[in-house]
Every structure is written in C-alpha cells, then in structure tokens.
Design a protein around this ligand. Structure first.
Ligand SMILES: [Zn+2]
Length: 289
C-alpha cells in the first residue's frame, strides 16, 4: 500500500532556487488545463524501498534510485518485487557499497534501464570483471569525487565508516564467493533546485560528519539507525544534534534485519527536544516536499 503525505519544510534554499522551475511547471499545467483549480506546486517525491533504498522523483522529472534491495529485500514494495521494470525508467542509479542489502538488484536495474550504475570504484571494477555488469554501464568514482550525471544534478561521494564485500556465485560451482569491493561511501545529492540530500549509506560514527555537514550543508539527511552494522539510534541522534544539524532527517536501515534492532521509537526518544524535523517513513511510503 502506498501512503502519501506531505510535510511542510520551509527550506529557504528550495524556495529561493526552485522558483524558475515552479513557474515553468505551473505555466505548463495552466496551459494544459485552464479550467482546473490552481496548479499544485510541483514536489520532489521520495519513496522508501526499505533498508537504505530510496526512489526519488526530482522536480525536473528525473528518477533517482539509491541502494535498491528489492527482490530479496523483505520490506520492498510488492509491485517492484514482481517486476523490476515497474520501478520506472531510472535516470540515475547509485549504490553506496557492495553488501547485498545495498547493491541488491542494481546491476539488473542498470541493464533493464540501460543506465549507468554509479558506485565506489573498487566495487564497480569487480562487478565488471566478474561479468555481473557490462563495462559501459559502470561508473567508478571515489570519496570527494563528484559527478554531474544529469542536468542540474550533482552527486558527491563522501566518507562512510563501514566495510564493503562483494559476494557473487562462482559461475562454475554456483557457490557464493567473496571479493574485495573497496570502501563504502555516502552521497551528497544536489537536486535541480539546490536542495541537498545526504544519503549516509551504512556508517558508524566518525568525527568528520561535522566537516561534511559544514562543507556541503545538507538540507535532508538519510541516516542509519539500526545498530550492529551501523550507528544505533542514540549514536545517530548524537551525530545529528552535535555535528550535522540538518533541517530534516529520515531514519533508515532498521526494521529489515533482526541483527539491526534499533527502532524508530528509540530514535524519536533520543532526538527529543531537537529542532531537527524527523520524517518517519514506512516501507513503500512516499513523501513529497
Ligand atoms: Zn553494509
């Protein structure tokens, strides 16, 4: 079931920089349907696919997918599980690291959409060399590196304190085999209107979260709270309140694996009294802003 709710965020940056886009879209809407009620302002739509997976439709109509763990993801939307193509025509595909709950179906989605998979250089290389991804569909980059894969959209790779191991079946024996896959990363995703999202990937606490926040100034942070493999709720709250201080946060990477026991209730409790807006989502839900 998809539930859509809208939350008001008075992001000055969005209001300032998206005016041109808003007016263009409104003009088109009014031309197409002059008798309709005043056109609704276009929104960025963001759907949680479960764990660290998100599907983002930008104001410019570009579809960004991050860490799509769908076929074997226990909380991924059923319609996407039934047909990966129903995720939509993906314009930008990002993967933070090689663990199965992040790499997920990304190589398959890259092939279905004939779109490049952007990921840590040393994860993309073995994917290509082992035959899991056509060479022309892999883009290798690394921390502090930035790409501009679509008009007005910029993605910068940043540090994540985590590991990365690629497990693929041996084509002869069909037994799973481990392969080194470089280092995990997070992404600063700047949309057409200047709105900045920091998808942290999987990460533990590290002091340069403050540097990243100071340097890139993210508006919205997607932060892991499940614990065990990543920050637990209390760690995430400490980072947000002490170092990052974004306008809004979406907690992620919990509720999909018994080994990540952190809960939304614990996160809410740890964030009590903070002005940072928490945007709690359920898997499959879409929020717009
Ligand atoms: Zn991981």
């Amino acid at each position: 079931m998809k539930i859509t709710h809208r939350f008001k965020l008075s992001f000055a940056a969005v209001a300032m920089t998206s005016l041109a886009v808003l007016s263009i879209n409104n003009a088109q809407a009014q031309t197409a349907a002059p008798a309709a009620a005043p056109a609704a302002k276009p929104k960025v739509e963001m759907q949680w696919l479960g764990q660290a997976g998100f599907r983002i439709m930008t104001l410019g109509g570009k579809l960004i997918v991050i860490d799509p763990w769908i076929k074997s993801g226990p909380k991924a939307p059923a319609n996407y599980k039934a047909d990966l193509a129903s995720v939509g025509k993906i314009d930008l595909l990002l993967v933070t690291h090689a663990h199965v709950d992040h790499l997920g179906d990304a190589p398959e989605l890259a092939k279905i959409n004939n779109t490049k998979l952007y990921g840590p250089a040393d994860m993309v290389t073995p994917l290509i060399l082992l035959g899991a991804l056509p060479a022309e569909l892999g883009h290798r980059f690394n921390k502090t590196g930035a790409v501009k894969p679509l008009p007005g959209i910029k993605v910068t790779a940043v540090q994540a304190e985590h590991s990365s191991l690629l497990v693929l079946p041996n084509p002869t024996t069909n037994k799973p085999e481990p392969h080194p896959a470089g280092e995990a990363m997070g992404y600063i995703i700047e949309l057409e209107n200047g709105f900045k999202i920091w998808h942290m990937g999987d990460t533990g606490l590290f002091g340069d979260m403050k540097f990243i926040a100071d340097h890139y100034k993210p508006d919205l942070v997607m932060i892991p709270i499940g614990g065990n493999f990543t920050m637990a709720p209390e760690d995430a709250a400490y980072a947000l309140k002490t170092w990052i201080k974004p306008k809004a946060v979406i907690p992620m990477h919990y509720n999909s694996n018994p080994l990540t026991p952190g809960t939304l209730a614990e996160f809410n409790a740890a964030m009590k009294g903070s002005p940072i807006k928490i945007v709690p989502m359920t898997e499959g839900q879409t929020v717009s802003f």
